[in-house]
Design a binder for this molecule. Sequence first.
Ligand code: AMP
Length: 213
Amino acid sequence: MKSIVILFGKPGAGKGTRLEELLKARPDLAEKFEVLSVGNMLREARRQQTELGKKAASYMDSGTLVPDEIINGIVIEGITSSEKSFFLDGFPRTVEQAKAVLDVFPDFLVEFFVEDDVVIQRARDRRICPTCSTTYTTNNFKPPKQEGICDKCGAQLIQRPDDDPDVVKNRLKVYEEQTEPVLDVLIDAGIPAYTIDNTNSETARQEFFALFD
Ligand code: AMP
């Protein structure tokens, strides 16, 4: 059976990190699910300089959301055109997107909670490979083997322009104003929602993994 699982939470709450760990630990889920990360999809579109990438660039660099009419069609089409199950990372982020996702019958939602100051600190420490989008940290949580170099493809790691502290503060404001209301829309529509405190990685990992037992 096709399943759709929504990963929800502030930008930098650690959704992608927990998901990466889950898929590493559970080859059965890695086989069954595709990961649809809207942020990664847009960064890839920019790297390839597609029309989508060009349209998305200024929104992304200022920490605002790319308009719904650009995002909704691509995401919903991506989900419906595949037989696979999906983890949605970074979708829905607006009430309009939430209404669109209801059309594909999501199974449940996992909200990862962290305080704002944790988000700001994590963004400061995060580095990303511009070629394959693997993320690392400058602290000892997930450093690359060789400082500043991607383990997988050898590219020079960069800081995402939208991880700049001022842009992060704007992304948190956008989250509060446009994304938080999504939670009520989905809960009111009867989608089961689980909240995990993602401040402590170890306990959060256990709680998240237990949802798939
Ligand atoms: P992320 O990597 O998930 O933090 O996303 C990076 C940027 O991509 C965001 O700040 C937005 O500009 C854009 N983006 C990601 N997901 C969405 C979405 N669902 N709707 C609109 N814009 C998005």
